[in-house]
Design a binder for this molecule. Structure first.
Ligand SMILES: C[S@@+](CC[C@H](N)C(=O)[O-])C[C@H]1O[C@@H](n2cnc3c(N)ncnc32)[C@H](O)[C@@H]1O
Length: 296
């Protein structure tokens, strides 16, 4: 034994803060929960308890990795999203709490029969929707094979693999339809801003997941161009956007022929999601013959 949980936590938070880690206390708690194998909400009641030596060794290694810049989710190999634990590796974006705004909006709508998640990454959005909608089938695309492999593991982990099809695709290229619901959290950070991001994002998360090009709206331009061919009549589409992109991205979808376009804010009051409703008749036949990526 070496000190208490509380003393180890306080020392680690101070070291992380001293090294410039922005969420030092919160990160220390997540790393402690991982080291103790306990849920984060158990850390406060456990604070006065002696720190077991084995957990201490794990915690010290976690803190050293964090001090080297590695993000907490990659150290622990997982992240909580909409109440579920998702596998996270260096091949996928660490699912962000603000993306739960898009998920909440999806759940306000009618459960779809067929849904598509463009740029599925870890599968956090797709798997969450399928887990809550047992009648739905879901398709997930990404240009990253390694990301698709992580999504497959998460689909298996949460019991939705049999209803999930994952496919390598460049936005809508080769993707049929129609889908009742299309969601995406595409890369939207202007390339020139990457250098200004926090180290754990800039140096550790895949740049393919962060930026689509110099203007930040290039993904939405591609998605807007293909949306009418894939969204079912009366269907709903929800797309995450970056801060300050609302007016420009909404205009993109309007210019692509969609009259019903709405912006929704996140919990901080910033425009975060563009919602598009399709009033016109879709043209393509259904296609559900995608091969599954086998979970590893
Ligand atoms: C911001 S991440 C979102 C990941 C996940 N959906 C989430 O919300 O946590 C964007 C994802 O889009 C993928 N992506 C980038 N360019 C793409 C393209 N041209 N076609 C399809 N997916 C793409 C990236 O590999 C990445 O997984």
């Amino acid at each position: 034994m070496s000190g208490t949980v509380q003393s180890a936590l306080a020392a680690a938070a101070a070291r992380l803060a001293g090294a410039g880690v922005r969420e030092a206390a919160a990160d220390a708690r997540r790393l402690m929960a991982g080291a103790l194998g306990a849920p984060a909400q158990r850390i406060t009641p456990m604070a006065p308890e002696p720190m077991p030596a084995a957990a201490r060794a794990i915690f010290d290694a976690h803190v050293a990795a964090r001090l080297a810049g590695r993000p907490v989710s990659q150290i622990l190999g997982r992240r909580e999203f909409w109440g579920r634990s998702f596998i996270v590796t260096a091949d996928v974006l660490d699912p962000r709490p603000e993306t739960e705004t898009l998920v909440a909006l999806a759940f306000e709508g009618t459960p779809p029969r067929r849904l598509l998640d463009l740029g599925t990454g870890s599968g956090a959005i797709l798997v969450t929707l399928l887990a809550e909608w047992p009648e739905a089938r879901g398709w997930g695309t990404d240009v990253s094979d390694t990301a698709l492999a992580v999504a497959a593991r998460n689909a298996a982990r949460h019991g939705v693999a049999a209803r999930t099809a994952l496919r390598r695709a460049d936005w809508f290229d080769g993707v049929g339809g129609p889908f009742d619901l299309i969601v995406s959290n595409p890369p939207y950070i202007p390339a020139g801003e990457i250098a200004t991001l926090a180290r754990e994002v800039r140096d550790w998360e895949p740049h393919l997941a962060l930026t689509p090009g110099p203007r930040g709206v290039e993904s939405h331009e591609r998605i807007a161009a293909g949306l009418a061919g894939a969204l079912a009549p009366g269907g709903l589409a929800l797309f995450e956007i970056g801060a300050g992109q609302g007016a420009e991205v909404a205009a993109l979808y309007r210019t692509s022929g969609f009259a019903d376009v709405t912006l929704h804010p996140d919990l901080d009051g910033r425009d975060r999601v563009v919602q598009v409703r399709h009033g016109a008749a879709a043209t393509q036949a259904g296609r559900d013959d995608w091969p599954n990526v086998e979970p590893r």
